[in-house]
Design a protein around this ligand. Structure first.
Ligand code: ADP
Ligand code: MG
Length: 300
């Protein structure tokens, strides 16, 4: 197991930013840590990376307790903080050498060069970090996070503030790096989870509200379906309600209806139409996006 979090609480004064949080992350997984602003994502990540202490509970990284041996944990973990605090006056190469020095990396020069080409900073390596675009600064942030070849990568909103092209590049880079590491990345962008992650853990107000595979979470919510139907003639709402699996029926206009159902009951609706000499001009299962699933799980 790469990350074990058990019954963790974190209080800022009176406020519980984390309220009995538990989850496990297996080695090699890419996990999306999803939640609205203020949910507790950064707090959880800072605890895993030994930047702040928890109030209670247990956290282990690669089997090492964060309280017993924070230095050993930091050796295993690469961390890209939310507001990537880079030294803007340093040159890219100089900064990465400085970080390599902190980790006492042996072949410093080679390793820095290796990182520079891995994250695609060859052309920018002699520039000051302050002169780089946000996308390139994130590459520097990723390079510093992996320079000591950690087993686990913790990325706090790694794509926030990037333009669409940068976003695609950084996501691809995370996918590539993630092939050989355990990755936990926080985001509030649903498509990101779909694009990158094997599993998603959703947090809301300091509590875990879902923990499932990316497909599983969409599927689970899809037991509640929405089906749009247009008949060729007038039908009574009471009759439509009788169809097996219908939770609610709503008339949109004319002969257009919206069914809330348990499961995909299009065949039952079709059969009903046939038995009552109705034609279905349109029948459509409204697919739920990850975005809608997220909204359903995190709204009050
Ligand atoms: P997220 O990263 O999901 O947006 P955070 O972990 O940053 O959420 O914050 C969780 C909650 O804890 C928020 O209500 C936030 O205001 C509060 N919080 C975070 N850091 C501090 C702090 N240093 N002092 C007091 N409250 C904090
Ligand atoms: Mg945050």
């Amino acid at each position: 197991m790469s990350i074990e979090v058990k019954n963790v609480f974190k209080y800022y004064g009176e406020q519980a930013a984390l309220n009995d949080v538990s989850f496990n992350i297996n080695s090699g997984e890419i996990i999306g840590f999803l939640g609205p602003n203020g949910a507790g994502k950064s707090t959880m990540m800072k605890i895993i990376t030994c930047f702040i202490p928890k109030s209670s509970g247990e956290v282990k990284v690669c089997g090492i307790d964060v309280e017993d041996d924070p230095i050993a944990v930091k050796r295993k973990v690469g961390y890209l903080p939310e507001h990537n605090p880079l030294y803007l006056d340093m040159y890219v190469k100089e900064y990465l050498s400085f970080v390599a020095g902190i980790y006492k990396i042996k072949n410093k020069k080679e390793r820095v060069q290796e990182m520079i080409s891995l994250v695609g900073l060859d052309k920018e390596q002699n520039k000051k970090i302050g002169a780089l675009s946000k996308g390139y600064r994130q590459r520097v942030g990723l390079a510093q996070a992996i320079i000591h070849d950690p087993e686990v990568l913790i990325l706090d909103e790694p794509t926030s503030g990037l333009d669409p092209n940068q976003l695609v590049d950084i996501r691809q880079l995370i996918i590539d790096i993630g092939k050989t590491k355990t990755v936990m990345l926080s985001t509030h962008i649903m498509q990101e989870v779909e694009a990158i992650c094997d599993r998603v853990i959703i947090i809301k107000e300091g509590k875990i509200v879902a923990d499932n595979t990316t497909e599983g979470i969409q599927h689970r919510e899809q037991e509640k379906q929405t089906i749009f139907v247009e008949f060729d003639q007038v039908v009574s709402k009471n009759q439509l309600k009788q169809i097996n699996g219908v939770t609610t029926v709503q008339n949109i206009e004319g002969n257009k209806w919206l069914f809330e159902t348990t499961g995909d009951i299009r065949a039952d609706i079709g059969k009903y139409a046939q038995q009552n000499n109705l034609l279905t001009l349109t029948m459509r299962l409204e697919e739920k996006s990850m975005e809608e699933v997220f909204k359903e799980l995190t709204r009050n």
